[in-house]
Design a protein around this ligand. Structure first.
Ligand code: G4P
Length: 530
């Protein structure tokens, strides 16, 4: 196999999604442990330290001990080159969290075994569902009392609307947790047999059909329960179907305990077999093949101010095809210009380093002198195709922004426009008001604080934020609709986005229905595909 193909085929690029506290950080650390990036899982103390080590780009992150921005970790394991796209797991997540999923080939959904499906899991899952990417479920914290296993699996199917196929099955939970049963091999993998918290622990595997040995390992009651549960499961669950997994229609389910390091390696090994290397991507001209086509990438995130002294921006690109090598000339389609990607960087476990080469599936961050926008395509000179744009996700919180010192008008407009171009916030103007008053929409309320902080620190502009009651936003499909003619409810607001597209803000879902009823032929969209 040629070198290029070998490199691309070993790439696995995925995101880990979860509701806060389900164990995403812990699981990521354990993956790094297996990748040899850290010697003992315990050596990364607490999540605050771990996250700072990875991305202490903004003071606000340090102050709060959370990761506002997503980062990428790359490491090698079992002949695979793994790229983990870290999505902020805090309650106040942002549009970046969604966008990161656009750059991933699959997602691992971590669920707390005691809690089941939680609100943020649901939201993130919806975005994965729209793209149809493979979703793998890791039900965590089995060393604590968990809910009934059948009930948990049932909840995932019902709440998220996806079929599941448990690849392994827990043997008890909490104090009774004894390990998992590997349905593929028919073996019991024992919990007590592994040395907790290290990767040195020897996995002890006993065949369930070896009655004597399995009885000795589990005890009579636990063995009996397991045998009847497996019988039930074999009769009731969907058979494993790789094609359904590839299309995001069937989620393989795993059980384990990230904290005690149990079930992580089994999961990782199956996962790496079941998830694919980078796949072809659609562009407006043709399907781009990761191996046969030359270098191409798209920008999915722009991060400002990583170095305060230089006020630099970094554009994060997902490479979709071919090989990138430092210093090569490429074509920036939206800018219609040949460019050189400057200071290309990749993230290793705990630092950024300059890359000489990167392949389809990898994420690189390049210096951005202010020319890139989210969704832009970069390809080889002579090519001109564009990858599908990244949708604008519907903000859920809105505020009116006013500047305190009106003399600083220019800085204010510049600052807020730049921050909006980076995609951290969306800005809207009320029809006929221009930039006098701006309505800002965000996915997570923390972004309001980030906006206030950045305008003050980077542009010396103080602002006042007045939160507005709107919770729903709808783009009007026909851009030429005469806004004055729309008859809505009294609490509805008509605005335009930065691109001049008309849209409506609503306080509740009832008003949306009412407005649709009153305006025949009006079509509204929840997402805007750029
Ligand atoms: P997150 O990134 O999804 O927000 O979750 P994180 O990994 O930070 O885990 C949240 C809490 O749950 C942490 O405890 C962590 O130690 C614990 N945890 C994670 N996996 C397991 C597991 O398999 N079993 C058990 N029993 N606990 C688990 P914390 O006390 O909030 O934080 P820390 O001080 O331990 O970092």
């Amino acid at each position: 196999m040629p070198e290029l193909e070998k490199e691309i085929r070993k790439r696995r690029t995925f995101a880990i999604i979860s509701h806060p506290d389900a164990g995403k950080t812990t699981l990521t650390e354990k993956f790094l442990l297996y990748g040899g990036q850290i010697n003992l899982a315990g050596s990364v103390k607490g999540k605050a330290t771990a996250r700072h080590a990875v991305s202490d780009w903004m003071d606000i992150e340090k102050e709060r001990g959370i990761s506002v921005t997503s980062s990428v970790l790359q490491f090698e394991y079992a002949d695979c080159c793994i790229n983990i796209l870290d999505t902020p797991g805090h309650q106040d997540f942002s549009e970046d969290t969604y966008r990161t999923l656009m750059a991933a080939d699959s997602a691992v959904m971590v669920i707390d075994g005691a809690k089941g499906v939680e609100p943020q899991t649901r939201k993130l899952f919806k975005v994965c569902g729209r793209r149809g990417i493979p979703i793998f479920t890791f039900i965590n914290k089995m060393d604590r009392d968990a809910r009934d296993t059948f009930e948990l699996v049932d909840e995932i199917e019902k709440e998220l609307g996806i079929a599941t196929c448990p690849i392994n099955w827990p043997i008890g939970s909490g104090h009774e947790f004894q390990g998992v049963y590997d349905r593929n091999t028919g073996e019991i993998v024992s919990f007590t047999g592994t040395l907790k918290g290290t990767k040195e622990g020897q996995e002890i595997r006993i065949s369930l059909s070896d009655e004597e040995a399995s009885l000795k390992a589990l005890g009579e009651d636990a063995r009996e329960t397991l045998v009847s549960e497996i019988e039930l499961l074999d009769g009731a669950s969907e058979p494993f179907d790789q094609d359904a997994v590839d299309h995001g229609k069937l989620s393989p389910v795993f059980f384990g305990s990230a904290l005690t390091n149990f079930g992580v390696e089994i999961f990782l090994n199956y996962f790496l077999q079941m998830t694919s290397s980078p796949l072809p991507r659609e562009s407006d001209e043709r399907i781009i093949d990761p191996i046969k086509d030359g270098f191409s990438a798209f920008v999915f995130k722009i991060q400002a101010n990583m170095n305060k002294a230089h006020r630099d921006r970094i554009a994060f690109m997902r490479i979709c095809s071919g090989r990138f090598s430092a210093g090569m000339d490429v074509f920036h389609v939206q800018g219609n210009k040949n460019v050189r990607l400057m200071q290309p960087q990749q993230m290793m476990a705990d630092d950024r380093h300059v890359v000489d080469e990167a392949y389809a599936g990898d994420i690189i961050g390049v210096f951005d002198p202010g020319i890139y926008a989210i969704g832009d395509t970069i390809c080889m000179p002579g090519q001109k195709f564009r990858f599908a744009g990244i949708p604008s996700f519907a903000p859920e919180h809105f505020a009116r922004v006013r500047q305190v010192d009106t003399m600083k008008r220019k800085q204010f407009v510049k600052g807020i426009t730049q921050i909006a171009q980076e995609g951290a916030i969306q800005i809207f103007q009320e029809d006929n008001y221009g930039m006098e008053e701006i309505i800002v929409g965000v996915v997570g309320v923390l972004q309001f604080e980030v906006l206030q902080y950045r305008l003050k620190n980077e542009y010396s502009v103080e602002i006042l934020l007045e939160q507005l009651p709107y919770e729903h936003i709808r783009w009007i499909r026909d851009r030429d609709t005469d806004m004055d003619k729309i008859r809505g409810t009294s609490d509805m607001k008509k605005v335009r986005d930065l691109k001049g597209r008309p849209l409506l803000l609503f306080v509740n879902a009832w008003s949306i229905g009412m407005t649709l009823d009153r305006n025949e032929g009006l079509e509204l969209d929840e997402f805007s595909d750029n």
